[in-house]
Design a protein around this ligand. Structure first.
Ligand code: SF4
Length: 214
C-alpha cells in the first residue's frame, strides 16, 4: 500500500494557521525530551501547547522520572510557554497490554498496542482539558511506524471528537534538529525505547530517540 505523506498535511495545516492568525490549543503527547524538542519548535508559533507526559511503558520508575524531569528542564531552558501535564508512574496498564508479547519485535503487535494505548490516553486528556487538537512526538523517531501512528490517531479523533494533528516530525530535518537541540541543551538520550523488553535488547535499534553516543 502506498504510504501517506503526513508531513505534507502538517505543512498545509501550519501554513493555513499562519495565514489565518489563529492559534488553537493542542495537546502534544511527549515520549521524551529529545523527540519533543524539534516537534515543539515546529509547532510553537501555530498552537497553544500543553505537553502531556503519559508513558506507562517506561521502566524502571527512576527512568520515567528522569525522562520527565529532562522534559521539564528543556521547556524551562528554552523558555517555552507550555504547560506540562504528567501522569504518576503506573506501569500496570503496559504490562496488561503486553502480556504474551514480551518477545515481539520492535514495530510489532506489542509496540502497536503500546502506542495505541498512549494515544488513547492523549485523546481522553485532550477532551478532558478542552484542547482543540491532539498529537504525539512519537513520529520524531525514525524507529517508529508513523503510518500506523497517524492512522491510529485519526480513528481516535473520530471516537473522542477531538481532531488529530497529522505529523511526521522526523521529516523537514526534524530528527536531525532533535539531535542538534539535544546536544545544545545536553538532553539525556536514552539507548532503549522505554519498556523492559526493549531494554533487554538494547543492542537492537529499539531506542525512541538517537543513540546516546551520537
Ligand atoms: S519497544 Fe517501545 S513502543 Fe515498543 S512496546 Fe516497548 S516501549 Fe512500547
Amino acid at each position: 500500500m502506498q504510504k501517506v505523506n503526513y508531513d505534507r498535511f502538517l505543512d498545509e495545516k501550519l501554513s493555513m494557521l499562519q495565514s489565518s492568525g489563529e492559534k488553537p490549543s493542542l495537546l502534544l503527547h511527549s515520549c521524551c525530551a529529545p523527540c519533543t524538542s524539534s516537534a515543539l519548535e515546529r509547532l510553537f508559533d501555530s498552537f497553544r501547547i500543553t505537553l502531556y507526559f503519559c508513558n506507562p511503558n517506561i521502566a524502571p520508575e527512576e527512568e520515567y522520572i528522569y525522562r520527565l524531569n529532562e522534559l521539564k528542564r528543556f521547556v524551562a531552558e528554552v523558555g517555552a510557554d507550555a504547560d506540562i501535564v504528567s501522569e504518576n508512574y503506573d506501569p500496570a496498564p503496559f504490562y496488561e497490554l503486553s502480556a504474551g508479547l514480551e518477545d515481539a519485535p520492535e514495530r510489532g503487535e506489542r509496540c502497536r498496542r503500546c502506542i495505541g494505548y498512549r494515544l488513547r490516553r492523549s485523546a481522553e486528556k485532550a477532551k478532558e482539558l478542552g484542547c482543540q487538537w491532539f498529537t504525539t512526538t512519537l513520529t520524531t523517531s525514525p524507529h517508529k511506524d508513523s503510518q500506523f501512528i497517524n492512522q491510529c490517531g485519526d480513528s481516535l479523533a473520530v471516537e473522542y471528537g477531538v481532531p488529530y494533528l497529522f505529523s511526521e516530525f522526523r521529516k523537514h530535518d526534524g530528527y536531525k534538529r532533535s539531535i542538534e537541540l539535544s546536544r545544545k541543551y545536553q538532553l539525556y538520550r536514552q539507548n532503549y525505547c522505554g519498556c523492559v523488553f526493549s531494554r533487554r535488547g538494547q543492542s537492537a535499534p529499539a531506542q525512541c530517540s538517537a543513540p546516546a553516543e551520537v
